[in-house]
Design a protein around this ligand. Structure first.
Ligand code: ARG
Length: 122
């Protein structure tokens, strides 16, 4: 399969671009792009294989089916490994743990309680 991808010249990644900062739409140089940490990872994989990356955007619930039927070569979409999913597809080792946290000063503790508090309203 890897050889087939190399011969074809591109690898397809399935993702649901509604999950910032991992995959989301952004306007870059006036153009709508799908960007994020997962997109960077997918690009790196493609680059290491010496092929181009083709992003196939689909609903999150369609990703595993898309992978099973060969519509995409891999899924990188902030997907957590669950026992149910692991019955259907093969998961890599984790590349991210959800333990990264925004840090603020003790003195600001009462000022910033949630993300909205950062928007400058107060
Ligand atoms: N980590 C959660 C899961 O695997 C949510 C992932 C949502 N990802 C997305 N691209 N919308 O169910």
């Amino acid at each position: 399969r890897v050889q087939a991808i190399k011969n074809r010249g591109y690898i397809t990644v399935g993702l649901s671009a509604d999950y910032a900062p991992l995959e989301f739409h952004a306007t870059v140089d006036g153009q709508d792009k799908i960007v994020g940490a997962d997109v960077s990872l997918a690009k790196k994989i493609a680059k290491d294989m010496g092929v181009k990356l083709q992003i196939k955007e689909m609903g999150f619930d369609a990703l595993i089916g898309g992978l099973k039927t060969g519509k995409v070569d891999m899924v990188i979409s902030g997907m957590s490994k669950t026992p149910e999913r692991a019955k259907q597809v093969n998961f890599s080792k984790p590349y991210m743990y959800e333990k990264q946290i925004v840090v603020i000063r003790k003195s600001d503790k009462s000022k910033y309680k949630n993300v909205a508090d950062f928007s400058g309203a107060t």
